[in-house]
Design a binder for this molecule. Sequence first.
Ligand SMILES: [Zn+2]
Ligand SMILES: [Zn+2]
Length: 338
Amino acid sequence: MKAMVLQSPESLVQGEIENPTVEAGNTLIKITHSGVCGTDLKIYQGGIPVDYPRIMGHEMIGEIAEVGGAEGVEVGSRVIIDPVVYCGHCYQCRRGQTQLCPTGAIYGRDRDGGFTEYMQTAADAIFPLPDNISGNTAPLLQVMTTCLHAQRLADIFPGDSVVVLGLGVGGLLHVQLAKARGAYPVIGITRSPERRALAEQLGADFTFAPDDDVDKKVLELTGGVGADLVIESVGAVAVLEEAINLARIGGKLLLFGIYTSTELKLSLYQLYFKELAVINARAAKREDFPACIDLVSRGAVQLEPIVSHVLPFSELERAITMLGERDNKRMKVILDHT
Ligand SMILES: [Zn+2]
Ligand SMILES: [Zn+2]
């Protein structure tokens, strides 16, 4: 079968590799669509170290080619693959924190992933897709599960005020999930006018640019107290500082952006004085997949407006390098393997 193999940083070649032999209890999936994400770009550039050769890709859907123990699916069923692999018997797994399994792995980083023709997965890691979720949008469900998992940790109630800093793919999903949970107002912040318009189309009650006197506007919109929850969806320390400013006394911060900085200049006194709860979220759990599939199928969350490009699988390298270019009109890039 054909696969796009990363042989070393920035050396991605289309290779002919052997079809996987399906182990007992596993299921073979013919990949039809995949999403590229910032993690793939970092792996491609060598910023996230992996063992070479490696097939990247952790957002993938496909059709079942061979059933091995999976229930409720048959050959030809459309499914999404949860890329998280966990052991099931360590301390974290027994506590239900499978996303944090210390010996766990993620397809596309620690094991070969979805930028290929066929891959095999554990039977419990696939979830059937309804016909009304198209292949060109379905890989985004994996991103959405990480947002849903994060919001499960953050306890939003109807009427809570939520600020989302950064309106990329993750930020726009957070906006929609917060609305689906009854939050009000949901306020989106980004420099990009295109992304502000998109956020409003997807349900944000208000949007502002960062230099638009945001502190004052958030106070005005929250009865003078500040936001109950601020979601940082950029991954920059300066934005985290702004999140601390915008949260109300006794409020919460959800750190969704991935920080790679090891140096920190932050108003730690404000963090203490406001008694802010700081919530970090990583990956997702199996339970998040059916929940996200249902929300999208019912139309409570829209994925289509967040997909800006659908490219043929052969253009994977172009798709990955596009992520490194500044372009506010580019949102999710999906690859069509068919
Ligand atoms: Zn991703
Ligand atoms: Zn484990």
